[in-house]
Design a protein around this ligand. Structure first.
Ligand code: ADP
Ligand code: ZN
Length: 340
């Protein structure tokens, strides 16, 4: 176990890399800690957390809502959780988002930490302090930015993760490489999904590298004024597609990255689209989709990142160098209509 502390604007966060879930009891006081996890993870890992009080919620994004939060709050009261209690979310992004949120409002805020159990949560969702829930169709509509006290990394938890969830995580890893880390792109190029699944050391390395990369971006811009926006690479069109079609988040982001590369070609003379598409394919993800352009453009126009008649789009100058460009909606429309 290798502990490192990262300082954010408002708080310091301890990262325990190369750790084991069995070491959780060395980090927190078992008598004053309540674990929040989902049914699937509890079934798989209950022996590793025996002795802890546990609140179990149903799995999946559709339960990331206020009614699950209400149920957690009632159980916290029953378990007599108080200001000295610590909540530990063990799970994917859904669990870490809800744990951070409920810990931030229960008794006006108690301590919390995460044991991310999906690749996506390890490299992305659990980092940066964004916590919250969905309201109807509106994703992450309600929430708070508040940092956890710690993150415990145990990549052996990924052994039970379904392939589709691995791909979800790799979509964000490829995103990180594209916007900030050309050397990592080369590592991704010379490997594929099975090579990471079968090599714990390589896996632990890439997880740590991505956790650090995201942490650095957030440290520089915790409240998303500039640099943190780069993390939206692939997500503008991706979110619009995810809402309209039945796609995993990673698939939608991968398709979004494919098209963002093409837009980068047209506006910035970017010339590495084929390399990006090849790497995306290495990790079981798509790069194109036949979609209803009018419908998707309609959703883009409603995007949170829109400013008057233009939209902040993340493009690539080259692999490893993402840039924020304000593009008139009319231009986006022209380019999207030329996609085939
Ligand atoms: P994310 O937002 O990180 O993609 P979710 O919290 O929606 O993830 O979790 C995705 C699914 O994977 C859920 O059904 C969850 O129960 C399951 N899951 C999470 N971690 C593991 C794991 N280590 N092994 C097996 N299944 C897991
Ligand atoms: Zn994402």
């Amino acid at each position: 176990m290798n502990k490192q502390t990262f300082q954010f604007t408002t708080a310091a966060v301890d990262y325990y890399f190369n750790a084991s879930i069995n070491q959780l009891k060395d980090i927190v006081d078992i008598n004053n800690t309540i674990i929040i996890t989902d049914e699937t993870i509890y079934e798989l890992y209950q022996t590793q957390i025996s002795g802890f009080k546990v609140i179990i919620v149903p799995p999946g994004e559709k339960h990331k809502n206020q009614s699950t939060i209400d149920s957690i709050i009632n159980q916290l009261i029953e378990l007599q959780a108080d200001r000295k209690s610590t909540l530990v979310g063990i799970g994917g992004g859904v669990i870490t988002d809800m744990t951070g949120y409920v810990a931030s409002i229960y008794m006006r805020g108690i301590n919390f930490g995460f044991v991310p159990s999906t690749l996506l949560a390890m490299v992305d969702a659990s980092i940066g302090g964004k916590n919250g829930i969905d309201v109807g169709v509106y994703k992450n509509m309600v929430g708070i930015i508040r940092q956890p006290k710690f993150l415990l990394y145990d990549v052996s938890l990924l052994k039970t993760l379904p392939d589709a969830e691995w791909s979800n995580g790799f979509a964000e890893i490829i995103k990180h490489a594209c916007i900030k880390d050309e050397a990592m792109f080369d590592i991704l190029k010379s490997n594929n999904l099975p090579s990471f699944q079968n090599n714990t050391e390589l896996l632990a390395e890439i997880v740590e590298r991505n956790a650090r990369l995201k942490t650095e971006v957030v440290q520089k811009d915790e409240f998303e004024k500039a640099d943190r926006k780069l993390l939206n690479f692939g997500h503008t069109l991706g979110h619009a597609l995810e809402n309209q079609y039945d796609l995993f988040h990673g698939q939608a982001v991968a398709i979004g990255m494919g098209y963002a590369s093409i837009i980068s070609e047209q506006l910035l003379g970017f010339n590495q689209t084929e390399e990006i598409k090849a790497v995306i394919a290495n990790y079981g993800l798509p790069t194109t989709l036949e979609f209803d352009k009018a419908k998707v453009l309609g959703v883009l126009k409603m995007d949170k990142k829109r400013e008057r008649d233009s939209i902040n789009y993340i493009l690539l100058e080259k692999i490893g160098k993402g840039v924020i460009k304000q593009i008139p909606l009319a231009d986006i429309e022209l380019i999207v209509n030329k996609f085939n």
